[in-house]
Design a protein around this ligand. Sequence first.
Ligand SMILES: NC(=O)c1ccc[n+]([C@@H]2O[C@H](COP(=O)([O-])OP(=O)(O)OC[C@H]3O[C@@H](n4cnc5c(N)ncnc54)[C@H](O)[C@@H]3O)[C@@H](O)[C@H]2O)c1
Length: 261
Amino acid sequence: MVMLGQQRLLLTGIATEDSIATATLRQALEFGAQVICTAFPRDLEGARAVVAGIDPSVEVLGLDLCDPAGVEACRASIVERLGGLDGALHAVAFAPARALAAPMSVAEPQDLELSFRTSVQSFSVLANLVADLAPPSGGAVVGLDFDGGGAFSVYNWMGVMKAALRELTTYLARDLGDRRVRVNLVAAGPLLTRAARHIPDFDVLLNAWATTAPLEWDAGDPSPVADAICFLLSPFARAITGEVLHVDGGFGAMAGPLPRG
Ligand SMILES: NC(=O)c1ccc[n+]([C@@H]2O[C@H](COP(=O)([O-])OP(=O)(O)OC[C@H]3O[C@@H](n4cnc5c(N)ncnc54)[C@H](O)[C@@H]3O)[C@@H](O)[C@H]2O)c1
């Protein structure tokens, strides 16, 4: 059985060649899925070029997940092109730089509201889209977490957004279970994407992984994360929901830095 054979997937969050969603597209096609991609309107042209380099037959729609009218237009396009949806990847997050660097106490309410709508609430929007378009056999939605088990010296309000995303995942799993829609997260280790480069002192996270992860972690290779996403979107994960699967080289399982020989 091909892992994603006959699965109709929507992959959000393609911006560049390095995006986790781009790696997921590669793997999903390899595993037999039928895919439609979306990109934030500002990133649409670049995303189309990236996707064309992988498979020119894959369509890329513009989608701002915070824009209800855009979501409705996307829903209509999916129904027209695929007839329904078996799964979706949420690979979307944003916070203004001030919310990622300054002390927590100086964050502006409008920055936090934008961060929450983009990085947390939009996951619920996508999960409900899958629930509406899934066949009676059900569907799956996967989001992306970054979970170091506590506070880092960087990441700040995005850490709070990810904690909210983890909690939201459990409530969505509760709400959508009777429609057989599964809701899960992959907690990825640090990867060198555009979003990561937006985080001040991202090197702090890379150094933490270098000292603490028991498995070697390659921040330039999103394919292990993409494989886990594909697994969670596939029928092989049919009894898994409300879960966070850590694909972080074992970082989260360690209590502290390891002696390196
Ligand atoms: N890179 C890492 O180290 C890392 C680690 C763990 C989790 N993550 C998470 O992975 C996800 C994907 O990020 P990435 O690292 O691939 O970076 P990326 O910059 O390639 O992707 C982020 C995407 O979010 C999109 N986006 C922003 N606002 C949007 C909106 N309103 N509607 C639709 N799309 C919007 C951007 O256009 C972009 O495609 C994010 O949730 C991020 O927090 C990243």
